[in-house]
Design a protein around this ligand. Structure first.
Ligand SMILES: [Zn+2]
Length: 324
């Protein structure tokens, strides 16, 4: 392996688990290298902490808004960058008047009149990068790896052009190593399922919340008179208000499974988004699944999946781990 890239590889794979700052820092630098042209006439390439901070915000925004993953082992004192990212997400939700997640790349902070809040968040992140991250990333077991030069006063990091081009050439490899290490860290502080898929998904722009209409035909088996009732309040739901809800939040499961899906009134599920279901709901869902299994034909794929879920008691297992 190229010796410069080997240093990056070693720093990424051996850095400690205090939080995931080093992951967003290194990932942002590799992403910025993609914009550098081979025929650039500059010998030294400089990245500004503000540009780096914007990318860090992008990674944390997407991970937080979709999956709400914990980024450090200390739950009482979350990392500052996460706190400021969450604050911005909250302001975004309140401007939109909805809890529907939107990718960072698609958010227009100016038209939402959130430009100042956005700039402040970026400045806060840049400050943390200067104080805690930029120099620490180069240090490993008492050694300093001279992979870049820092001007902390001007909040800049500079590279020899040859080195930044190496980052570009090896970017796929480095992104894979960073995501692997990031996944490993997150597994240390999160009990949520499918963490490696969640980490990868924020790069691939394929976080889809698909239509749940295909589950109607199974959920309808519970209502022989055709009157669909709300899982939470028990009232009959008019078609215009019908919605399918994940009892254990989608953000946690990152998948649509029949054993976790119920009918409810439209407003009711957006209000409870990401909240921990109460035990009463869990008991009710376990009972529903047993009854639903009896009513399904035992040939379909959904039948087999529901059977496994009932046998292994996924509802309670995932609920327990979601509660933490
Ligand atoms: Zn209801």
């Amino acid at each position: 392996m190229d010796s410069y890239i080997k240093q990056w590889h070693d720093l990424i794979l051996n850095c400690n688990f205090d939080n995931t700052y080093k992951m967003v820092w290194s990932k942002a630098l590799v992403e910025l290298s993609l914009d550098i042209n081979n025929d650039s006439d500059k010998e030294i390439i400089v990245f500004d902490f503000n540009e780096i901070a914007k990318l860090c915000l992008k990674y944390y925004w997407n991970q937080t808004i979709y999956f709400d993953l914990v980024q450090s082992p200390n739950l009482k004192k979350p990392p500052e960058i996460i706190t400021s990212t969450k604050k911005l997400v909250k302001e975004f939700f309140s401007k939109k008047g909805s809890l529907q997640p939107v990718r960072f790349e698609k958010v227009d902070f100016t038209s939402l009149a959130l430009e100042n809040q956005y700039e402040t968040t970026v400045e806060n992140i840049a400050r943390t990068l200067r104080q805690d991250v930029c120099w620490r990333f180069k240090k490993l077991k008492g050694n300093i790896y001279e992979i870049y030069d820092l001007d902390t006063k001007e909040e800049r990091v500079s590279f020899h052009k040859d080195n930044v081009l190496k980052l570009k050439i090896y970017s796929d490899f480095l992104f894979t190593v960073i995501n692997y290490r990031w996944t490993q860290m997150l597994e240390g502080f999160n009990y949520s399922p499918r963490i490696s898929r969640k980490v990868r998904a924020i790069d691939e722009d394929n976080i889809k919340r698909g239509s749940l209409g295909k589950f109607h035909k199974y959920l309808d088996l519970m209502f022989e008179d055709g009157k669909r009732k709300c899982f939470y309040c028990g009232d009959v739901i008019q078609d215009a208000h019908l919605s399918v809800d994940h009892v254990i939040p989608w953000s946690y499961m990152f998948s649509d499974d029949l054993w976790n899906l119920v009918y409810c009134h439209k407003g009711e599920n957006s209000k409870k988004s990401n909240r921990i279901p109460v035990e009463e709901d869990i008991l009710q869902l376990e009972n529903r699944n047993m009854k639903l299994l009896e009513r399904m034909e035992n040939k379909s794929r959904e039948y087999n999946q529901l059977q496994i879920a009932v046998k292994k008691d996924y509802v309670r297992q995932f609920w327990t781990s979601f509660k933490g």
